[in-house]
Design a protein around this ligand. Structure first.
Ligand code: NAD
Length: 476
């Protein structure tokens, strides 16, 4: 683990195994932190805070750009490890590393623009100023589905704001975070500014983040269930929270859409990372008149996807992360089948040569799907696309909004009026129109309802790591 600028074992001496989800092989062991390790990391971050937060912005920016350069120079190594621990195809892993690095580049620039305000006062002798100051030590918790970019998406705005960080990566994928820590060390960031603790007991480290008064903010990406637990815990000390949680994205195809673009959009949105992205299309709503033509093209496209080990050439879809993920996907498919859905392609685990020890699931399309099926209400997190049909704009808006989630929504249409009406009516933090990729450093990524609080990306993302301080000065 990386604590206070040094590489350390856990105090207990325990380690845990990291496995490759494509092969079931153990690829590494890493330290298994307990609360005392988390405490040491928090104290290191606290000790580093005063100096880091008072550095001139351009100096913090220089460190961040150095880290950006090192990540880009090491992209092949980072991507390979990412594929080995997460399973995604190597090309996707490279894309993730580059995308994640861009947050460092963008926030390195943005750190120069943390401006205060001057506000007209109520008297001639008084001046009112508003300062922006970093919130302090941040406890950051990241998931396994983007083991590299989730790390940089959190540390970049935190460092730009002048915060210091203790990062706890997911237990399935700690290696990408440790590699980034190596590069942080090489970039010469002062000791303690970023610390990484790995653990098989996330609840213990999470509890230390919640109870330790030195931690002033929790930045979490993961499931809504754990997010709620952390938010409740943070309330005891009124810690700041940012929550990037689950989603249940509707993907709406209107009859005036470019069908080929919409098919391509589903393939990218639904099958990227084997459907294990928080913003991936979970429900495909197709207007009745075009449903047969759209479905036919989509079946053909999905049948063309190649499933396999992410390090092999030409693979589009890797394995699911673990057995639990497989059980959930299989549960959704069998529930839908039992309630009358038809499997158009896929619908089963892949076994046999090359697949025997990994968690591979065939890219799957279902139709004759109805609203009472689990797959419509829960996040599937797998390569399964349910197709539902609709008649009118009002109907599809109502059904799309009928969920506790509100992260991303997609619409495909060439009608401008409809684009505006539907985008405004969708209760989601992000709406992609004729587009299937969201998550760029300059835009505010995040959700509403039970999909979370706060934003990552853009100047909005920086605000989440800054406090306001109002200064009232009476002149002599
Ligand atoms: P998860 O909530 O189980 O795990 C996420 C992280 O939380 C991991 O680091 C894990 O170790 C940690 N964790 C688990 N229990 C904890 C506890 N009690 N205290 C502190 N930390 C704890 O989620 P998961 O199933 O591994 O990840 C998938 C979920 O993440 C999906 O719901 C997905 O939608 C969501 N996600 C959201 C975004 C987003 O930006 N909104 C991005 C990626 C993933």
């Amino acid at each position: 683990m990386y604590i206070g600028g040094e590489w350390r074992e856990a105090v207990s001496g325990r380690r845990f195994e990291v496995t490759n989800p494509a092969t079931g092989e153990v690829i590494a062991t890493v330290p298994d932190a307990g609360r005392e390790d988390a405490r040491a990391a928090i104290e290191a971050a606290h000790a580093a805070f005063g100096e880091w937060s008072s550095l001139p912005a351009h100096v913090r920016a220089r460190y961040m750009r150095r880290l950006y350069d090192l990540i880009v120079q090491n992209v092949d190594r980072l991507a390979r490890v990412l594929t080995e621990e997460n399973g995604k195809p190597l090309a996707e892993a490279k894309g993730e590393v580059f995308n994640g690095a861009e947050y460092l580049n963008w926030y390195a620039e943005e750190t120069r623009r943390i401006y205060g305000e001057t506000i007209p006062s109520s008297s001639r002798r008084t001046r009112i100023w508003v300062l922006r100051q970093p919130v302090g030590v941040v406890g950051a918790i990241t998931p396994w589905n983007f083991p590299s970019s989730m790390v940089t998406r959190k540390i970049a705005p935190a460092l730009a704001a002048g915060c210091t960080v203790v990062l706890k990566p997911a237990e399935q994928t700690p290696l990408s975070a440790l590699l980034i820590a190596e590069l942080i060390h090489e970039a010469g960031l002062p000791a303690g500014v970023v610390n990484v603790v790995t653990t098989l007991d996330p609840a213990a480290v999470g509890q230390e983040f919640l109870e330790n008064r030195l931690v002033r903010k929790i930045s979490f990406t993961g499931s809504t269930e754990v997010g709620k637990h952390l938010m409740q815990g943070a309330a005891a000390q009124m810690k700041r929270v940012s929550m990037e949680l689950g989603g249940n994205a509707p993907f709406i195809v209107f009859e005036d859409a470019d069908l080929d673009a919409a098919v391509q959009g589903v393939v990218i949105s639904k099958f990227r990372n084997a459907g294990q992205t928080c913003i991936c299309a979970n429900r495909i709503y197709v207007q009745e008149s075009i449903a047969p033509a759209f479905t036919e093209r989509l079946v053909e496209a999905v049948r063309g996807l190649r499933v396999g080990h992410g390090l092999e050439e030409g693979i589009n879809v890797g394995p699911l992360i673990d057995e639990a993920a497989y059980v959930k996907v299989e549960g959704h498919v069998s529930d839908a089948r039992g309630k009358g859905a038809r499997v158009l392609t896929g619908g089963h685990r892949l076994t046999g040569p090359g697949f025997d020890r990994g968690f591979f699931y065939a890219p799957t399309l279902l139709d004759q799907v109805s609203d009472e099926m689990r797959i419509v209400h829960e996040e599937t997190f797998g390569p399964v696309a349910p197709i539902l049909t609709f008649r009118t704009e009002e109907e599809v808006i109502r059904r799309a909004n009928d969920t506790n989630y509100g992260l991303a929504a997609y619409i495909f249409t060439r009608n401008l009026g409809r684009t505006v009406r539907v985008s405004e009516a969708l209760e989601y933090g992000m709406v992609a129109v004729n587009d299937s990729l969201l998550a760029v450093p300059q835009a505010p990524f995040g959700g509403v309802k039970e999909s979370g609080l706060g934003r990552e990306g853009g100047h909005h993302g920086l605000d989440d790591y800054l406090e306001y301080k109002y200064l009232s000065v009476v002149l002599d």
